[in-house]
Design a binder for this molecule. Structure first.
Ligand code: ATP
Length: 357
């Protein structure tokens, strides 16, 4: 069942479109990430869903009810926004109990719910500790417990992990995702971190200049981006300007022809074409015999070997490729070494080049 529906939602600040005609359906129980570069309109879109900002036009409905102009405090949504910090003068338990107190729920019901939530976020032993004495990750967990205390139907998270260091952030991503799945609570999260979105989301909505550039399952977007913008934003990629010959092949920069499995799908004619190949799809082979189809000759110019994975930069005539492999798969790879980079036809995607600004 679709819980939240946005129809042609637009927000203008003066003449500028922060959000431009966004249509979106968020199914029940799913975690959806709004992902995009700074200024693309993610936060504005989330704030309109929260009721903290009014759309200039369009409509928002939730569980079949039009909520476009419903005040935020009547929506019963849980929120963790960077700006909505915990109350520093209160303990962990008092913070979590706050929304229950506002709703005037009975004292013993409040105590039961707080105990249940502290168990859920694995901080029952810290109930009486002031929140100022918690670590960043613990504080974040308390903020989430407070947001879900009154069992909201929708949880809205705006960059909830941005203040944490990399390791804690990764741990919290898993924790929030597991909690969300356990509770089955429909969640929308804003992030500009594509790894975070890939880790946590059922669906990613990639935004570009106020519009949805692509929406779909994380791996579908990763494997089949619709444009250079999306390909570049989701994961690492080799993106090369190419010419399609109309017969299953493209000319790479420098003129070498390789075969591709799919003709380009362009949103409009006249757009330039780019070839996308992800680093893990570039196979590095020792030089022996003829290069053959879809192998290009190059020289290794950089190696980043971090033990578990190895990334090599290969300078080919006219362009550079990044290949991701492992030290075990490519033993003996060294700087200056001549190699073949194999670009399998199935892994070569042809996409529309970025529109001129
Ligand atoms: P970030 O990742 O940097 O937070 P974002 O994708 O969340 O960016 P928004 O904060 O939604 O982007 O902003 C979208 C655009 O709207 C930006 O150009 C921003 O300057 C503009 N904007 C946002 N809020 C206002 C406001 N209150 N008044 C005027 N312009 C605004």
């Amino acid at each position: 069942m679709t819980h939240l529906t946005l129809q042609a939602v637009t927000k203008r600040f003066n003449a500028a479109h922060a959000v431009d005609s966004v249509d979106l359906s968020v199914p029940d129980g799913k975690l959806v990430c709004f992902l995009g570069p700074s200024g693309c309109g993610k936060t504005t879109l989330l704030r309109m869903i929260a009721g903290l900002e009014t759309p200039s036009s369009g409509s928002i409905s939730f569980a079949g009810r039009d909520i476009t102009y419903l005040p935020a405090n009547q929506r019963d949504f849980g929120m963790v926004f960077q700006s909505l910090a915990l109350f520093p003068h209160m303990t962990v338990a008092q913070n979590v109990a706050y929304p229950l107190k506002l709703r005037k729920s009975a004292k013993d019901a409040q105590a039961r719910r707080v105990a249940e939530l502290l168990e859920l976020i694995q901080l029952p032993h810290m109930a009486n500790r002031p929140v100022t004495q918690l670590s960043g990750g613990q504080r974040q967990r308390v903020a989430i417990a407070r947001a879900i205390a009154s069992q909201p139907k929708l949880l809205l998270l705006d960059e909830p992990l941005s203040a944490l260091d990399a390791k804690l952030r990764e741990a919290m991503q898993v924790e929030i995702r597991l909690l969300q799945q356990r509770l089955g609570i429909t969640t929308i999260m804003v992030t500009h971190d594509q790894r975070e979105a890939m880790t946590m989301a059922d669906e990613i909505v990639v935004m570009e200049k106020g519009r949805i550039a692509q929406a779909g399952k994380p791996l579908d977007i990763y494997r089949d981006p619709v444009s250079e913008f999306v390909a570049d934003f989701i994961g690492l990629g080799n993106i090369l300007p190419v010419t399609y010959d109309g017969a299953g092949g493209v000319s790479l920069p420098g003129g070498r022809r390789i075969a591709v499995a799919q003709a380009p799908r362009l949103p409009e004619s006249g757009r330039d074409i780019r070839l996308l190949i992800r680093p893990e799809d570039v196979c590095v082979k020792p030089v022996s015999g003829d290069a053959g189809t879809n192998r290009v000759a190059g020289t290794v110019t950089f190696i980043r070997d971090v033990g578990a994975s190895l990334e090599a930069t290969i300078d080919c005539a006219g362009f550079t490729l990044t290949a991701a492999t492992t030290p075990r798969e490519t033993p003996g790879l060294a700087l200056g070494m001549p190699v073949y980079a194999e670009l399998p036809p199935y892994a070569c995607k042809l996409i529309a080049a970025r529109a001129a600004p």
